[in-house]
Design a protein around this ligand. Sequence first.
Ligand code: ATP
Length: 367
Amino acid sequence: MTTASKAASVEFIGVTKAYGQVVAIDDIDFVVEPGNLVTLLGPSGCGKTTTLRLIAGLEMASSGTILIGGKDVTRLAATDRDVSMVFQSYALFPHMTVRENVGYGLKVSGGAKADVHAGAEDGLAMVGLEGYGDRLPSELSGGQQQRVAVARALVLEPQVLLFDEPLSNLDAKLRRRVREEIHDLQRKLGLTSVYVTHDQEEALAVSNRIIVMNNAVIAQEGTPHQLYEEPADTFVADFIGDSNMVSGEILAVNGKEARVAIGGVEMSLPSRGLPPGAVDVAIRPEACRLSNSAGAEGMQGSVLKAVYLGTHIEYTVDSALGELFIIDHQVDTPFAPGSSVAIIMASRGVTLVNPNSGERDMAGENQ
Ligand code: ATP
């Protein structure tokens, strides 16, 4: 398989797609570097699938330019683009054997019978399904069927491989396994891949970079680490992992450090270029620790709910900031509902967010 050498970049320059009055994506720019896996992540209706279908040539852009491997493909039909797609529904032909399904693309592109057979066997070996070639899709599990769909896309050695929610029909355990398999294969073959999901954990697990979309535009693009640690706005802070969104005040800024008052507690945090005054603060549930209230520093609180989950306890705690959702790993010293506690915030996991930047978020909830 020579797929890695064909891996190409994908570039959107000012791309808009409107369906009548509905603007599905609005003047979007991004670049996927060759060999990278980039995930499009966002709530239902934000424009992920439309973006994927524009790359595949299954939809045509209303305006803007799409480049694959530096070549303008904006007006090229799907059949003239060197792109394969793995669908959520697998889309296997039920009456064909697994081998015929995997070899189908090779056959219709005119491959000799022996080459189609060998290519299909290669593809099945790549996804760990050697020996399954003679079965029908109905004789395979859901996870195996999805692997056949991946093999079918891989044997075409595309410049770009697209995944449209490939794991959403699998149960949670299988989803984790298949996502690791896809990730390993993508890295091993150095395939440029664009992956659509609305599952943020899946996106964090498989991606080199993530493009978070909201209401037809890009809310933020970056590595999983950047999006989690430095969300650009309240929407991203809330969408990537859980966050308690609360109000605070920047009292003073000294270079890159801000002195901030949050619920009567003062702490130093990265200023992120924000000026003194009102600010939104995203507090990760893991950033708070509960302690016995007596003599402890921190914000006073009262436990409303405590849910034991083996490795951690999920608390809902009433505080000066309102109800906080807290994940505490100290399972040996639980606090029962009704307990008075001190809430101690670590600086890691507490992030200042521009209070104006989340406004689009509201508009994005209409789907
Ligand atoms: P989901 O996660 O639900 O699949 P998505 O982020 O993939 O959502 P898209 O399918 O890209 O969203 O849709 C973006 C917007 O475009 C939505 O408002 C949707 O209703 C609209 N849309 C998509 N396809 C069409 C179409 N063929 N005709 C009209 N409107 C469409």
